[in-house]
Every structure is written in C-alpha cells, then in structure tokens.
Design a protein around this ligand. Structure first.
Ligand SMILES: NC(=O)c1ccc[n+]([C@@H]2O[C@H](COP(=O)([O-])OP(=O)(O)OC[C@H]3O[C@@H](n4cnc5c(N)ncnc54)[C@H](O)[C@@H]3O)[C@@H](O)[C@H]2O)c1
Length: 253
C-alpha cells in the first residue's frame, strides 16, 4: 500500500466496471477510504475485493445517479460511513451514439441526463459537505469528444454532454476557490472498458483508433486513474480548472 491518499475519503461513481473499478482499487491501495456506487447490483463485488486486499471500501448499489434522489442517497451513505469526504470522482456515465439523422431528441436528452445531470446532482448534494470539510477535490471525467468531432462515430449527443462537463467544471473551480474546493477534468481518448470493448471487436476499428494517436497502443483504465489519483492528492494542490488529456496524444496530432 502507498499513502498518497492517506486520511482521505473518496466518493467514486461507477465502481462496478471499467475505470471506476480500477479507481476503487488504486485509491484504496493509496490509503483512501473509498465510497463506491453503481447502478449495477453486482458492484459490491469490487468492495469485497478491495477489503479482502486490506483496503477500506463501502459500496452503494443499485443507485441511479442521474436522478437527484440517487445522488442524495449516495451522499447520505458516505456521511453515514465516514462522517465526511474529501474527493468526488465523477466517473459514472452512459453514452449513446448515433449519426445526426438517426439521433432522436429522446436519446439526446437521455445522454445529457446520464452524462451531465449525473455530475450536477452529486456536486449539488456534496457541495455543502465539502465546504464543511474545509475543501476537497472534484474530478470530472470528460472526453476528447468535448474538443473534436468524429467521422467514424455519431457523437452529437456525447460531444455536447462532455463539452458541458468541461465547461461546468471551470465554474465549480471558480466558485470553489473560496472554499478550497478544486475541480478539474480528465479527457480520456480511447480506453479499454465495457463501453469500448465491443467496438474493438469490429474489424479494423482498433487500428483506426490507434492511427489517430501519437502513442501507438490502446489506453488502459489505469492510465486515466493514475491521473485522477494525482488530481485527488495534495500533489496537485495548485491545479484547479484544468483539463488533462489522457489520450495517447490524439489532440496533439
Ligand atoms: N472508455 C473510453 O474510451 C472513454 C473515453 C472517454 C471518456 N470516457 C468516460 O469515462 C467514464 C468511465 O467510462 P468507462 O469506459 O469506464 O465505462 P463503463 O461502462 O465500463 O463504466 C461506467 C460505470 O458507470 C455506471 N453507471 C452508468 N450510468 C450510471 C448511473 N446513472 N448511475 C450509477 N452508475 C452508472 C455503469 O453501470 C458502469 O459500471 C465515463 O464518464 C465515460 O464517458 C470513457
């Protein structure tokens, strides 16, 4: 076990899969008390695994964080478990893809609920408790989709949502300054996860994705989570309102 998050309590959303699961493991290894959650009923398995490895983690599932009541339930659960929290890691989201002629408004609006509202509700519920704690770190997961279009994938709803995530995070940073609350985004490129593995099975898809990158490999969950660990820790105490690309150089190319 390292100690980069010793003494800190971290709420991590979407710990039932992908990067959220990797984050629960890494944050616990670094000494954080982890509050996980997911809409998936089997998400408790990650908490069982973390505790078996000697870490500290509780987990709330199933909970739908795109609803205000879900976010409030999560904050109450975290307060009950640990009395407060220092880190909000907004990882959970669900993206829906369709090209412009096929993107109906219902799916567009659903994407905003499950990618933008999901962050608003948790930050809204957590904010007074972060202030009471004397500050904290908010990490919101955006995407390269916030900054560039894609000819290969219908991203009109997803790009609108992730653009909103980067924009609203600057506002959290701005209003949070007086309360020692920092807020930053990470913009991952193509990362291996439950949402991308089906795409990777399509012939030629991985090769095309890698061709857009400077670093010629698929990103792994820990590439993103290591960045989140830095943003969660006091090592980044002078960083707020920033967006860090973890994309193998896609945006530089
Ligand atoms: N994988 C990529 O290539 C990639 C690229 C850029 C950004 N991202 C972002 O990274 C984050 C994590 O994605 P991932 O690839 O690990 O996906 P994932 O599907 O493996 O994990 C997301 C988790 O969030 C949970 N979740 C989704 N909606 C929820 C809700 N309403 N309430 C509670 N839990 C909910 C899911 O059940 C799942 O366990 C997301 O914000 C995603 O948009 C991913």
């Amino acid at each position: 076990m390292g100690g980069r998050l010793e003494g800190k309590v971290a709420i991590i959303t979407g710990t039932g899969s992908g990067m959220g699961r990797a984050a629960a493991r890494m944050f616990a290894r670094e000494g954080a008390k982890v509050v996980g959650c997911d809409i998936r009923p089997d998400a408790h398995e990650v908490a069982d695994e973390v505790r078996a490895a000697g870490g500290e983690m509780v987990s709330l599932q199933p909970v739908d964080l795109s609803a205000q009541s879900g976010a409030e339930r999560l904050v109450a659960f975290a307060l009950d478990a640990y009395g407060g929290f220092d880190i909000i890691y907004n990882n959970a989201a669900m993206a829906y893809f369709a090209f412009i002629p096929d993107m109906d408004f219902e799916t567009f609006a659903r994407t905003q609920r499950e990618e933008v509202d999901i962050i608003f509700h948790l930050c809204r519920a957590a904010w007074p408790h972060l202030i009471a704690r004397g500050g904290g770190s908010i990490i919101n997961i955006a995407s390269t989709a916030a900054k560039k279009g894609s000819a290969g994938q219908g991203m009109v709803a997803h790009s609108a949502a992730k653009g909103a995530v980067t924009a609203m995070t600057r506002q959290y940073a701005t209003e949070g300054g007086a309360h020692r609350i920092r807020a930053n985004t990470i913009s991952p490129g193509m990362i291996r996860s439950a949402q991308t593995e089906p795409l990777m099975l399509q012939p030629g898809w991985t090769e095309r994705a890698i061709a857009r990158q400077v670093i010629k490999r698929i990103g792994e969950p820990d590439d993103v989570v290591a960045t989140a660990l830095f943003l969660a820790s006091d090592e980044s105490s002078f960083i707020t309102g920033a967006d860090i690309a973890v994309d193998g150089g896609t945006m530089a190319n």
